[in-house]
Design a protein around this ligand. Structure first.
Ligand code: SAM
Length: 683
């Protein structure tokens, strides 16, 4: 889990790596070595200038982010040449991230890039391993900064460890920048393993460029590239003893990547039907205008799709997303399981996603204090704080006096975790503003069912009066537990779980609460004289009537969380208390359901062999409904999960490389329950 920050020495006024015994940028050439090496050979300017007015995305992937100079130079060129509505997707791996202050020092040497570098520095992520998805320059560039080893990270974003399926139904990388120090000092970044992974994410249109390479090692790199399926040309560099390579992918052997030696790559998550790569002009309808539907709509609209949202309410955010104060809720773990990893990624992404809303005064990025509910959780908090040491901007441990200072009230807990980047938001307003800002129409229709019309490959949506209400190429179901009502999605094991929140009148000692407090429940800072406190879990109860006993439960949870809080809350009368009750959509494994909708009956048949032997290695691919997707099952964490799941789903629909590792994508995949249940012989 831990990240080792780059150790940088300054020599001759330039950053030098004592570990690799090399300068980040060679002192012999001018400052813009990167520009001369990469941009000139790539003919990017001409390529980007000639992109048509339709939406385009161009994917660059780099081995070794370093100080992000290549990234900034590519962004600069993109912003000056590519059409405004198109997006540059820049994936870059970095095993030893440069610390923010050092990065700022390095980039200050490039005054001509200062506007761009300031934005990069402002959004530079905390040193948490994994992929950080950062939208920059008014959304025209997306940086997928992958903190980890290049081979591991690039393998993790391929569709399958099996090379032949690595970019199945997905766009390849357009351009590779191979820039990970010289082969002699860092052979790992030129290894045949890594180059095989790189090849697996490439197709016949892909080009790879290298930094300057010593003549002594050039033949090894060239041979490795050739064995991976590239045809290679070398270039002189103005009389320098070094050469550069330009490699074009011509197709390799369909070999298994040696980098992932898992016993047999399961392929149930891949759609066996080959889908056309470009669906950009096509229409998408999203059923459900809650936070899942609205964030998905925006993520697709930004990718050039024509999006419509459909809801049985005339306004967005009227059901599960209707509470006036919802929190971006942390749930970390000292363990490295899929659930806390997804939660972590969701929190980091959500805190960036909502920053503009907080900046315009909606909700409050007031920070969240998590108090331990018992000694076991207190131990976990200490482990979490150790695990995230160096990431104070994201989370750090507070002792009692600091807890009191931060929260503004007198608490008794000896320790707590503080998340400065999180806060609360009014989700319905967020939903409405998202649709408004991206001019996404909301159609007020109550959809009863939908069916696929094979003749034109479209989905027909039928309303509750039996009329054809709409038809669309691509359909996304974002109706939370409402997915149970549709024939194609009703096999999904979701539960409609009632939750009631209570509006607690602010008291003399709670008025001063500055942060959200989470423990057994949560309490927000007062807004118009009331705190939001929640929430109950009432299984099997399907009424939205407020219940005094549920208010009592909410209050009791906060009283148990901390005796100081108990005292500050004073006496509270639950009998006529205000609040709101609605329903969450929960799943068996507490993770959302995001991705293509399986064709349940075919998959049941095709994967029935798992009932006999759950460990069978199978190359069988899944069977999915044509252009039908789902985004639901977020429990009480809709606000936290939705930005990330929307982005994942939009990248799947537009067949782009997602900003999430394969095991995390599979962890939220709609087919996971079916496969697990077959393995457990429960289907
Ligand atoms: N492209 C960078 C830029 O424009 O600023 C310069 C890259 S620098 C020459 C090479 C980078 O590769 C270093 O930051 C180094 O930490 C990183 N690196 C080395 N080994 C790595 C590995 N196995 N995986 C990912 N990054 C690695």
């Amino acid at each position: 889990m831990a990240i080792i920050a780059a150790d940088i020495e300054w020599r001759q006024g330039l950053p030098y790596s004592p570990l690799f015994k090399e300068f980040y940028f060679p002192p012999s050439t001018d400052m813009d070595e990167s520009e001369s090496v990469f941009l000139q050979q790539s003919e990017l300017k001409q390529r980007w200038q000639s992109l048509g007015k339709n939406f385009h995305s161009f994917t660059i992937a780099e081995t070794g982010f370093g100080a992000g100079l290549n990234f900034l130079l590519c962004s600069d060129l993109w912003l000056n040449t590519a059409p405004k509505n198109s997006v540059l997707e820049f994936f870059s791996a970095e095993l030893f991230p440069i610390d923010k202050a050092e990065l700022a020092k390095i980039l200050s040497q490039r005054p001509h890039l200062c506007t761009l570098s300031n934005e990069l520095i402002k959004h530079y992520p905390v040193p948490v391993p994994g992929i950080h998805n950062i939208e920059l320059f008014q959304g025209r560039v997306k940086l997928h900064l992958m903190f980890g080893d290049a081979n591991e990270m690039f393998s993790s974003i391929s569709q399958s460890p099996n090379q032949a399926q690595a970019h199945h139904n997905r766009k390849p990388v357009d351009l590779w920048l191979l820039d990970g120090f010289a082969p002699i000092s860092n052979p790992a970044l030129w290894s045949s393993d890594l180059l095989a992974t790189i090849a697996s994410l490439s197709d016949q249109t892909t080009v790879a460029l290298t930094a300057n390479i010593d003549r002594k090692t050039i033949s090894t790199v060239s041979n490795n590239l050739q064995s991976a399926g590239f045809s290679v040309e070398s270039y002189e560099n103005n009389g320098s003893p070094k050469l550069r390579l330009k490699a074009s992918f011509v197709g390799g052997k369909s070999q298994q990547s040696t980098s992932d030696n898992s016993s047999g790559p399961s392929q149930w998550h891949l759609d066996k039907t080959v889908r056309p790569i470009s669906l950009r002009d096509h229409e998408v309808a999203i059923i459900g205008a809650g936070i899942a539907g609205c964030t998905t709509a925006v993520a697709l609209a930004k990718r050039g799709f024509k999006v419509k949202v459909i809801d049985r309410h005339a306004l967005a955010g009227q059901e599960g997303s209707g509470n006036s104060q919802a929190i971006v809720y942390p749930k970390l773990s000292p363990r490295d399981d899929v659930l806390p990893r997804i939660n972590l990624r969701a929190l980091l992404f959500a805190s960036r996603y909502y920053a503009p809303f907080w900046q315009r005064g909606l909700g409050n990025q007031c920070g969240v204090i998590s108090l331990p509910e018992n000694p076991k959780i207190a131990e976990d908090f200490i482990k979490i704080s150790q695990r995230f040491s160096g990431c104070d901007d994201f989370v750090h441990l507070l002792k009692n006096d600091q807890l009191c200072d931060r929260s503004g009230i007198s608490l008794n807990s000896p320790i707590g975790l503080f998340f400065p980047l999180l806060g609360w938001l009014p989700p319905a307003i967020i939903c409405q503003q998202l649709l408004e800002e991206y001019r996404i129409p909301l159609m007020n229709i109550d959809i009863d069912h939908f069916n696929h019309q094979q003749s034109d490959n479209r989905w027909n949506l039928i309303d509750t009066s039996g009329k054809l209400a709409h038809s669309t190429d691509i359909l996304v179901v974002a109706t939370a537990y409402g997915c149970e009502n549709f024939e194609q999605t009703n096999f999904l094991p979701v539960t409609q779980l009632r939750g009631q929140i209570s509006k607690l009148p602010a008291k003399a000692k709670t008025k001063s609460l500055k942060t959200i407090i989470c423990g057994e429940g949560y309490l927000t800072p007062a807004q118009d004289g009331y705190h939001s406190c929640g929430a109950t879990y009432n299984k099997g109860l399907f009424s939205t009537e407020l219940r005094a006993e549920d208010h009592e439960i909410n209050i009791a949870k906060m009283r148990h969380t901390d005796p100081g809080l108990d005292a500050a809350l004073e006496n509270l009368d639950a009998s006529n208390m205000e609040g709101r009750a609605n329903f969450r959509c929960t799943t068996k494994d507490y993770l959302p359901i995001v991705g293509p909708v399986p064709n349940f009956s075919s998959m049941l048949k095709n994967f029935s062999f798992l009932r006999r032997d759950a460990r069978t290695d199978s190359m069988v691919m899944g069977d999915y409904q044509p252009n039908l997707y789902i985004n639901c099952g977020m429990g009480s964490r809709g606000l936290s999960y939705a930005p990330l799941t929307a982005e994942l789903l939009a990248s799947q629909i537009s067949q782009q490389i997602p900003s999430l590792e394969r095991d995390l994508v599979q962890g939220m995949h709609p087919a996971r329950f079916l496969i697990r249940d077959l393995k457990k012989k429960q289907l």
